[in-house]
Design a protein around this ligand. Structure first.
Ligand code: SAH
Length: 238
């Protein structure tokens, strides 16, 4: 998998993605990261990438012509299939989209700074706008890294035990059940009996109930979707 990251701070990459399993996968050439400095495509002698906001207001906006030049230099076709702009105004990133992205061979990521990027280049290139949450960062780089990490851990060979991907949060619209390890008694707090029963059906039932309980309490939006799908499958709520 090849990431082309368009940024004003290429030195930030791969950054934290050098560590642990994602870093090992980088060493093993399962993925590569090409960080492209948008400033290299500025044409004036000061290498200006931003300008004042039309309509007034504080801050600066990244120029469409400079971003366009950077994109043109790295994509043979205009409107490549997978080019995303990280922005709080985008569609919230979901695990379902992450799973789709894990099948792409090249992913372009555009990182904004200042007040963001001139909308015309986003529209002209039909760039998908994606948000990593309802909060505002100072730049798109950390958001891009989060997206990259979430996609890369799904690639075959990245996670040692891929079955751990089967039962994690957001599968089936449920959050994951609580996890425990040894010691079985810690400061008088015991691991739930069901988990040490050795009865696999009981364990499965307990985990499902816990996942349902936690999802209904913490994420009414996911819970609603889960209940609707369960009804469709004739499962009903427990
Ligand atoms: N003025 C913009 C915020 C700009 S923040 C607004 O109010 O919507 C500067 C840059 O940080 C953005 O261009 C974007 O690339 C990145 N960024 C900030 N918050 C983000 C988020 N929640 N998800 C993805 N990218 C984000």
């Amino acid at each position: 998998m090849h990431f082309k990251v368009f940024t004003l701070f290429p030195e930030l990459f791969p950054g934290p993605l050098k560590a642990s399993i994602i870093g090992k996968a980088l060493d093993n050439e399962l993925w590569q990261c090409e960080a492209i400095n948008i400033r290299d495509y500025a044409t004036d002698k000061h290498r200006t990438v931003d300008d004042i906001v039309y309509g007034g207001g504080p801050g600066m906006v990244m120029r469409a012509d400079v971003v366009d030049a950077a994109l043109r230099a790295h994509f043979q076709v205009k409107k490549p299939r997978t080019l995303l702009y990280l922005t709080p105004r985008g569609t919230p990133l979901k695990q379902s989209r992450v799973k789709e992205l894990a099948h792409c061979s090249t992913i372009g990521l555009l990182c904004g700074r200042f007040e963001g990027i001139d909308q015309r280049v986003i529209d002209d290139w039909c760039i998908e706008e994606v948000s990593i949450g309802d909060f505002v960062l100072s730049g798109g780089e950390l958001a891009a890294m989060m997206l990259m990490d979430s996609v890369l851990r799904l690639l075959p060979g990245v996670i040692g035990s891929p079955e751990s991907l089967d039962e994690e949060s957001f599968n089936e619209d449920l959050l994951e059940y609580p996890q425990y390890t040894r010691p079985a008694d810690w400061n008088g707090m015991k691991v739930p009996e069901e988990l040490i029963s050795g009865n696999h059906a009981l364990i499965r039932k307990w985990r499902r109930q816990q996942a349902e309980k936690i999802t209904s309490l913490r994420r009414p939006d996911l819970w609603k979707q889960y209940c609707e799908k369960s009804k469709g499958l004739g499962k009903g709520e427990s």
